[in-house]
Design a protein around this ligand. Structure first.
Ligand code: ADP
Ligand code: MG
Length: 734
């Protein structure tokens, strides 16, 4: 007896020759093919409107045969057949066959047929040459397996018509035994979901539109459910290792630090802090995502949480996505803590602690000193970039991991630090300034509790944003005048460029000569197309030095190719006001905090995403003076301009994040390390399926909560293992 057909059975054992073209489309197993859902469905009662068919396009149409004529061919023996089909709307299409044989009997006037071919024009008429077709209907003349229900149309598979794909699907569905269903019976019953086997048939061979929709909803729900179950299981397993409780100690470091703060915490900060301290008291490890609007003051909250942990005997690690940011955090925390960060030093507080810094570019001696502080427990706080902490650092008693600006890190990396703590899980706080729409939060951070801070400290100055047409010389001129005026008033300015560029970039017309008429349209360059090369930091710096209004300003540059020392020196100089204008790449995108910076010009702003622009402009308006952000762009496409207008019209990061999500693809949203999730998402759309994801989230967490090992749900367990294996394979392939 042949082996039972399962979802993992190879297609070639079932569909014979069709397996080759299907494999070209990465459809190798039964599962692959059955998850290759129809692109759309045709209503068998309604012919296709031919007027919409474009020339050269592969089409699938439903139509009635009007007449067919057979002609003897002059050149060679045999006869050709031309059938005319009509769509009932007055449009006709000719089907040409260079051999009438077999077609005369099938293409009888009045019959309804399903035709697949490529549209061409011949003698002023639309035609399909040698199309493939099936005769619909139930009579003896019918050649189609399609019933009365909606007819599936599949996306293009090279060398296969949609009908051939449907035929392969039909073979597979017939061969397939009952398939295990990862959605538990109770959950299915709750939502009235058909079992998986039925749903697969209903999606590919629906008897009605209603049935098709119901099945599709189920398959989509399954995607969300399995994903949520995976997150729930992940969370369960990390919860299985308890954390050391770190309750607040009244009057100790955290309280002393609050006394020192020159401002009151906002209500939002207080609330989030209360949530965090609540978590820290428990043996259940904290997994909290703090989403805070740009400038809402997340760092202070994190610092208070870290001090809390230090007060009850632990250490805290702060991971920053870039070295610039790590250095800045180290500097600002040390400054904010003052004597509290000078334990053991002359004049330092007796209760105090130390803040260690670990970056890739430290000298060996410096590094050793900092590593020692971490390992001995002398440093209560260790700030570093992620990779370093991941590989070498040892802690005396790591109790809390704070990850700043999470969106730069992959999800898997989040867990890397857990390994640093013997026998206990550290508490984890992840902070992100890119507001994450609910569905993404649930999908990417579905295993974390979420805190949100939308409020920015009162007295914070508003940021005004304008779009500047980079192709209009007067606007551009005015922009640089504004920069000079800002500096004259005592402010500082960021100029952000999409790339570093080269001093003598041979690709740039005019090389380093980027004065009037050059690629940088400081003087306006109305003839420039939007294919103009991107403006680099180095060119812009040079141009600003040459431009009359800005020539006298103190200009600095910052980008990723600089040595760490240079970067640090530049940031320090900008922070202390020794640089007026900082021309930089997006290295300043996250977290950089220089309150006196009041203006930002973003060059080629259309090259940045919505959230990124919002993030960038969050660098200004951090002090007591209002911020001005100018988005310069030469883009002509309305979509780019709309995005820029959206950024200019609101400072609500959450609204912009929703817009951003709507414009991006799921894969980009989920990121590379979510490849497992991505490859299992066929129907689910994070932008449109919020309600469904919420339902799936609730159900999956309940199922896993009641049965953490999924002992009673072996089908779900197997599905999770399969996806895990797929993801591992994907990551290994690179
Ligand atoms: P973000 O949430 O974007 O990381 P930061 O933590 O960098 O924001 O804080 C931005 C600035 O606001 C810092 O200079 C910080 O000292 C200041 N700040 C934080 N909390 C308050 C507050 N409650 N009142 C006034 N200023 C605050
Ligand atoms: Mg920050």
């Amino acid at each position: 007896m042949a082996e039972r057909t399962t979802l993992d059975t190879k297609l070639r054992t079932i569909v014979a020759k069709a397996a080759t073209p299907l494999a070209k489309k990465d459809l190798v197993t039964v599962r692959d093919l059955l998850e290759f859902y129809p692109r759309t469905y045709l209503d068998p009662t309604r012919p296709t409107d031919f007027s919409t068919l474009g020339e050269g396009e592969p089409v699938v149409v439903l139509a009635d045969v009007q007449h067919a004529v057979t002609r003897k061919m002059r050149q060679r023996r045999g006869s050709m057949l031309i059938a005319t089909i009509q769509d009932g709307l007055g449009n006709a299409l000719e089907l040409t066959f260079f051999s009438a044989w077999g077609h005369e009997k099938a293409l009888v006037p009045g019959r309804r047929i399903l035709v697949s071919g490529t549209v061409s024009h011949y003698g002023g008429k639309r035609q399909l040459t040698h199309p493939e077709y099936e005769v619909l209907g139930t009579g003896a003349k019918a050649t189609s397996t399609f019933g009365e229900g909606p007819i599936p149309v599949y996306s293009q598979v090279p060398a296969m018509t949609s009908m051939k794909v449907a035929a392969a699907v039909d073979l597979v569905l017939h061969a397939l035994a009952e398939v295990p269903d990862p959605i538990p019976v109770a959950v299915r019953a709750k939502h009235g979901l058909p079992p998986l086997s039925n749903a697969l048939t209903m999606v590919h061979q629906p008897r009605s539109t209603q049935e098709q929709r119901k099945a599709r909803w189920r398959m989509k729900f399954q995607e969300a459910f399995v994903l949520q179950a995976a997150l729930a299981v992940m969370r369960q397993s990390s919860d299985a290792v308890p954390a050391v409780p770190r309750p607040a100690v009244p009057g100790a470091l955290a309280d002393q630090f609050r006394e020192r703060l020159p401002f009151e915490l906002t209500q939002g900060q207080e609330q989030v802090l209360a949530e965090i301290t609540g978590d820290l008291e428990r043996t259940l490890p904290m997994h909290r995502l703090l989403q805070g609007e740009v400038g809402s003051g997340k760092t202070v909250v994190a610092l208070l949480a870290m001090l809390n942990v230090i007060d009850s005997g632990g250490q805290a690690a702060l991971l920053a996505p870039t070295e610039v940011l790590a250095v800045q955090h180290h500097r600002s925390m040390t400054a904010m803590l003052g004597p509290l960060a000078e334990a053991g030093m002359l004049g330092g507080s007796t209760d105090g602690t130390r803040v260690a810094l670990l970056t890739g570019s430290q000298s060996a001696a410096e590094r050793r000193r900092n590593l020692l502080m971490a390992a001995s427990g002398e440093a209560g706080i260790v700030v570093g970039t992620h990779a370093l902490i991941q590989e070498h650092v040892q802690f005396a008693e790591l109790g809390l991991v704070v990850v700043d600006e999470q969106h730069r890190f992959g999800v898997e990396q989040r867990d890397a630090l857990r390994a640093k703590v013997d026998g206990a899980s550290p508490h984890t706080l992840v902070m992100t300034a890119t507001p994450i729409p609910r569905t993404v939060a649930m999908t990417v951070f579905g295993d974390m509790e979420t805190s949100t801070m939308t409020e920015v400290p009162s007295g914070r100055q508003p940021i005004t944003t304008h779009v500047v047409r980079g192709d209009q010389s007067t606007w551009v001129q005015r922009t640089w005048e504004r920069v000079a005026e800002e500096v004259a008033k005592g402010g500082q300015v960021y100029v952000v460029c999409p790339r570093i560029g080269q001093d003598d970039d041979p690709d740039l017309p005019g090389g380093t000569d980027i004065g009037p008429g050059g690629p940088i349209t400081f003087e306006g360059n109305d003839a420039e197309e939007d294919s103009a090369p991107l403006h680099g930091v180095l060119q812009v710096e040079r141009a600003l030095r040459e431009l009359e209004v800005t020539a006298d300003l103190r200009i600095g540059i910052l980008h990723g190719r600089q040595a760490a020392d240079d970067k640090e020196a530049t940031m320090r100089a900008f922070g202390s006001g020794e640089i007026d204008v900082l021309v930089a790449t997006t290295v300043i995108e996250v977290g950089v905090d220089v309150p006196n910076a009041t203006q930002m010009v973003i060059i080629d702003a259309d090259r940045f995403g919505i959230s990124q622009l919002h993030q960038l402009r969050g660098r200004i308006g951090r002090g007591t003076k209002p911020g001005l952000c100018l988005l310069m762009s030469q883009a002509a496409e309305s979509q780019s301009l709309e995005r820029l207008d959206a950024v200019a019209s609101t400072t609500d990061g959450f609204e912009l994040a929703r817009l951003d999500l709507a414009q991006r693809r799921e894969g980009d949203v989920l990121g590379a390390t979510q490849s497992g999730a991505r490859s299992s998402l066929r129907l689910l759309r994070l932008t449109r399926d919020e309600d469904l994801i919420t339902l799936a989230h609730e159900d999956a967490w309940q199922v896993v909560g009641e049965d953490p090992d999924l002992t009673n749900h072996p089908e779900l367990r197997a599905e999770l293992d399969r996806i895990d294996a797929e993801r591992v394979a994907f990551l290994e392939r690179g």
